[in-house]
Design a protein around this ligand. Structure first.
Ligand SMILES: [Zn+2]
Length: 396
């Protein structure tokens, strides 16, 4: 298993294993023509039309427990939805598929909206009473429809929206490359998950381009703007967004020191702690950042998965730590005081397809319910943040 994952890493190039970490943009890494690659089926996943139907149906059949809103539109005019469940004062914001080739999270999230919205079990009723759950499935629908990471938007469209950027170099996360899976050259786009800025009121400035991954983003894409606006509305309404969970996919790995294939990886660290010397540049956020709470949330997901017993659900690892990614939604929102959790589910659709879809969906739901239950019951505060470091690492 170990060997196979290493070979896959080499032959599939860095793009397959990227996850939250930025994929290589160098088109010389791979040479195949996108039209020659046989793509795995993704028919078991949800497309945007199905999402639309599902959201309408959920609102109509949940006895008023699920409120559905269109909160924005993608660059190509596709609806971006928000579902709100519960009336508690603790806010849990969960989003999926900001990378359009990372689709299991959407399936899991829709499933959970339905369960929590419709069930009258005491446990799920308690979630509705204690929490306000805000779910945004498929936040980058143009990328979903193209089954790719980046949205569908040109730099010229950015400049139309922000004329002050005329003459600036395009941002570093602008994709124009061709590889064996995608042709961004004839249809460019941005990694929306590098377009966030911890200053939620930031306005794009020419001097901040092209920037790089350890610098904040700019809110130049309508998808990131929509997510930011939902986040700010929640801050205004509730004072803060207690928890933010972002559902992603990564390549295929093993748990460090074993041959056990990773089912999913977790993380709660996306920028250096503003209270440490390494986090000096984030000092303005020292009072709001709560790294300990992020770690407790990760432990709650990890423990819920470990309770599934000795099964694939037990094969959970930590995603690489020591990241400095302020342009991610997780990095920006963690600096704003949200406890932050990253799920990196095994396998991206362009190479892995829909293998183990049922099992992976169940793993995501188990981890998410672990978080929701611990926050609803306040048991989260009894977890020891130091246990985070005993979650095994990923061998990459
Ligand atoms: Zn991702």
């Amino acid at each position: 298993m170990k060997k196979r994952s290493k070979i896959a890493l080499l032959s599939g190039a860095i793009l397959l294993s990227a996850g939250l970490v930025t994929p290589a943009l160098n088109s010389t890494v791979v040479s195949a023509n996108p039209s020659e690659v046989k793509k795995p089926s993704i028919s078991g996943f949800i497309n945007h039309d199905e999402l639309k139907r599902k959201m309408e149906q959920l609102e109509q059949t949940s006895n008023g427990n699920v409120e559905v809103n269109i909160v924005g539109y993608s660059n190509h005019g596709r609806e971006i939805y928000k579902a709100t469940i519960g009336s508690g004062d603790k806010v849990v914001f969960i989003q999926s598929e900001i990378h359009g080739n990372e689709k299991v999270g959407t399936k899991a999230l829709l499933n959970m909206i339905e369960e929590i919205g419709k069930s009258n079990s005491p446990e799920l009723r308690q979630l509705r009473e204690e929490l306000t759950i805000v779910a945004m499935p498929m936040v980058n629908p143009d990328a979903t429809e193209l089954n790719r990471r980046g949205n569908e938007m040109t730099w010229d469209e950015v400049v139309e929206q922000f004329p002050q950027l005329a003459g600036s170099q395009p941002s570093w996360n602008y994709y124009t490359y061709i590889n064996q899976y995608w042709d961004y050259a004839s249809n460019p786009g941005f990694d929306v998950n590098r377009d966030f800025n911890p200053d939620l009121n930031y306005v794009p400035q020419p001097d901040d381009f092209p920037n790089r991954s350890s610098e904040p983003g700019w809110f130049i894409t309508p998808e990131a703007q929509t997510i930011r606006d939902v986040y700010k509305d929640l801050q205004n309404q509730f004072g803060k967004v207690d928890v933010f969970v972002d559902l992603h996919h990564q390549g295929e790995y093993v748990i460090e020191g074993t041959d056990d294939p990773v089912t999913l990886s977790l993380s709660g660290v996306f920028v250096p702690d503003p209270n440490t010397p390494e986090g000096e540049k984030y000092r303005d956020y020292a009072d709001t950042y709560n790294g300990e709470f992020s770690k407790q949330l990760n432990i709650s997901a990890y423990q819920a998965l470990q309770q599934m017993g000795n099964s694939p659900f037990g094969n959970i690892s930590l995603y690489p730590q020591n990241l400095d990614l302020p342009g991610t939604a997780l990095g920006s929102f963690a600096l704003n005081g949200s406890g932050a959790v990253l799920f990196e589910i095994t396998g991206q659709t362009q190479s892995y397809g829909q293998k183990k879809l049922g099992q992976l969906t169940k793993a995501v739901k188990t981890g998410l319910y672990g978080i929701l239950n611990s926050v609803a019951t306040d048991e989260i505060y009894e977890l020891d943040a130091e246990d985070y470091d005993s979650i095994p690492l990923t061998e990459r």
